[in-house]
Design a protein around this ligand. Sequence first.
Ligand SMILES: [Zn+2]
Length: 209
Amino acid sequence: MLGRPIEAVHFTPPEYAKPRPPALLFGAMHGDEPVAQLILERLADELVERPPGRDTWIVPCLNPDGIIAGTRNNANDVDLNRNFASSSWGTQRRPGYNPGAAAEDQPETQAIVELIERIGAHRLIAVHATYRMVNWDGKGEQLATEMAERCGYPVEHDMGYPCPGSFGTKYGVERDLEVITFESPYVMAEEAGWLECRTAFRWCVDLPA
Ligand SMILES: [Zn+2]
């Protein structure tokens, strides 16, 4: 909205990798969760050296205006995780959870929606902060369990509150894709937050299904 670019990085697997559906990981949908961006930048650094086992797209920061301002919402004061065109969009308004004037009217939402359609991603990982848990929707249960085993976080299916217009509702509940909402740790000294969940992230871009 303020003209800052949203950057995506694309990694391709080695030629000998068997075909697997593409993965898309994105972070900092909420601008007050900069650790999500840091973790995905670390993952991208690693994938330069060691390519993933599947086509992998990484968007470290979906909400650059929010990151600069330190706000959960974007520059239009919309919570992007309530702006997706699920059937439940806009049905509930709590203070601070502005869903936008219309479903998917925000440029950040449009950017990720268009990328998902263009690349045909079925494995969708939204990185948030900082509850240390792995939430899933749609077909994401097995992957959530596998990632959780590798970082020691609990698996959660129900966030405990309704999320109308959320990413997980649209792509997991309604489109039945493999959707993970990964809640990262706090920013910690000496990269500990990244190292804690590194194996889980390698797993989701490398291995099966
Ligand atoms: Zn969040």
